[in-house]
Design a binder for this molecule. Structure first.
Ligand SMILES: NC(=O)c1ccc[n+]([C@@H]2O[C@H](COP(=O)([O-])OP(=O)(O)OC[C@H]3O[C@@H](n4cnc5c(N)ncnc54)[C@H](O)[C@@H]3O)[C@@H](O)[C@H]2O)c1
Ligand SMILES: Nc1nc(=O)c(N)c(NC[C@H](O)[C@H](O)[C@H](O)COP(=O)(O)O)[nH]1
Length: 244
């Protein structure tokens, strides 16, 4: 399905929160934490359920954000629940050349590229093949998948600092948008030294108390806060307090 045109006030609104175009000498990638939540801070109706929260115009914004990042990172919970494509449909007709590289945190190697929407898009040259982040040598190596061996702090928690450095140094990834899910977001909201921008779409609905909740274990203050109002959604852009 094609995207509706980007609202013309969005580029100027988003600009201060986007990675700077090439030339950055930073030692780590620029990290944008971005997701869509309901009014009751849920990002899906329940674990394993893919739930549309964004209006069509903020869906276009998500693809505009993908256009501006080298990589797009998600946790295993999201890849297993959503079977996401993670490509970029924004831009010229010439094909999906601005699609970011998918990065999947899958220490337990539960997800397969084979048979996924991501692979389907890759084979049609409409998206990139993924980097799968693992904690030990993979049991099986799938064709076209790059495996990134990275230390984990526990069985399911990657060491972010090391991971970001490896993605930068070994894969030349200078900007990453983190799209979720809740476990990944709740963890990164507490890491102002690693997160450069926060872009949250707030949809005008409630998803109920059994929904998957974004709520970090401690309070988080924001700065440089800006709001955009759409037809049915609002978008909040901010920096985490304590970030550079
Ligand atoms: N609305 C949105 O914007 C949005 C975005 C993404 C996902 N979702 C929804 O979120 C749900 C999935 O969320 P979830 O919380 O179950 O899974 P998740 O996608 O956050 O994945 C969690 C897994 O990531 C891995 N991981 C590795 N290192 C980690 C670290 N340092 N911190 C945290 N996790 C780490 C672990 O295996 C962990 O179990 C799905 O229902 C999906 O539809 C919604
Ligand atoms: N912006 C946004 N609005 C939503 O209403 C919603 N549910 C998501 N969810 C993000 C999640 O990571 C999805 O898995 C990918 O957005 C799917 O990506 P594709 O469209 O398949 O490329 N994101």
């Amino acid at each position: 399905m094609s995207l509706q045109p980007l609202r013309d006030d969005l580029p100027r609104f988003l600009e201060p929160y986007l990675p700077q175009p090439s030339g950055s000498q930073a030692a780590k990638p620029f990290v944008t934490l971005t997701y869509a939540q309901s009014l009751d801070s849920r990002i899906s109706k329940g674990k394993g359920i893919r739930t549309t929260i964004s209006h069509a115009e903020t869906k276009t914004m998500t693809h505009y954000l993908r256009y501006h990042h080298d990589g797009i990172l998600i946790g295993s919970g999201t890849v297993l629940a959503d079977d996401p494509g993670l490509n970029c449909k924004y831009g010229s007709e010439e094909g999906y050349s601005h699609s970011p590289r998918p990065i999947v945190l899958d220490s337990r190697q539960q997800w397969r590229f084979e048979g996924s929407k991501m692979k389907d898009l890759y084979l049609k040259s409409q998206g990139q093949a993924p980097i799968v982040v693992v904690s030990e040598e993979p049991r099986e190596r799938e064709k076209d998948v790059a495996y990134l061996l990275c230390p984990y702090l526990s069985s399911s928690r990657v060491d972010w600092k090391t991971l970001l450095k490896k993605l930068h140094d070994e894969f030349d990834i200078k900007s990453i948008m983190v799209e979720g899910g809740a476990t990944v977001i709740n963890d990164l909201l507490l890491k102002p030294a690693l997160v450069d921008a926060l872009i949250i779409t707030i949809g005008s609905r409630f998803l109920g108390s059994s929904g998957v909740e974004v709520s970090p274990i401690q309070s988080v203050e924001l700065e440089a806060v800006a709001w955009w109002n759409g037809t049915a959604d609002a978008v909040l852009c901010a920096k985490l307090s304590g970030s550079k």
